[in-house]
Design a protein around this ligand. Structure first.
Ligand SMILES: [Zn+2]
Ligand SMILES: [Zn+2]
Length: 159
């Protein structure tokens, strides 16, 4: 199920949100700046921003047209960062942030990326239970279980 994060839980989440926000501000993507943190029990396991994988860079000339085809999304990159650092991901969660011009957290809108939710579903299929996916929506910070995120994403994409 999906749930809205409130009060003490939101307070506890704030260092994670801040880490994701700071990372998103390092993104050089001209289209969208996003950050993601993989965490468990308040500990950060992996962190990343969206964009083409180094040494490639976001090219403003073509970014708006095909950025989505050659950039790696922050969620996937943050999960890879956690794995590269040797963490097991059992019961880890993923938090996603979109930042605006001034670097502040923005509403991310509805779940529409099957690339990311499908990737997280892969872990479930292979026996690692990623716990929840957090995203800032109209009604505040919302956590979805991964199957729920997948279900909503597919519905939003008319799949
Ligand atoms: Zn880009
Ligand atoms: Zn994605």
């Amino acid at each position: 199920m999906s749930r809205t994060i409130e009060r003490e839980e939101l307070e506890g989440l704030s260092p994670i949100i801040e880490a994701a926000r700071e990372k998103a501000n390092q993104s050089t993507c001209m289209k969208d700046r996003r950050g993601a943190v993989v965490f468990r029990d308040g500990q950060i396991l992996g962190v990343a921003f969206n964009g083409p994988v180094s040494p490639h860079e976001c090219n403003p000339g073509i970014c708006f047209a095909i950025c989505g085809l050659y950039a790696m999304h922050a969620e996937r990159a943050a999960i890879m960062d956690a794995i590269a650092k040797g963490h097991d991901l059992e019961q880890a969660s993923v938090l996603h942030v979109k930042v605006g011009e001034g670097g502040q957290v923005q509403v991310s809108g509805e779940l529409r990326c099957e690339d990311c939710t499908g990737y997280m579903m892969c872990f479930l299929r292979k026996g690692t239970t990623l716990k929840e996916f957090y995203i800032f929506q109209e009604n505040g910070w919302t956590a979805h279980t991964i199957p729920e995120a997948d279900k909503i994403t597919r519905k939003n994409l008319d799949l």
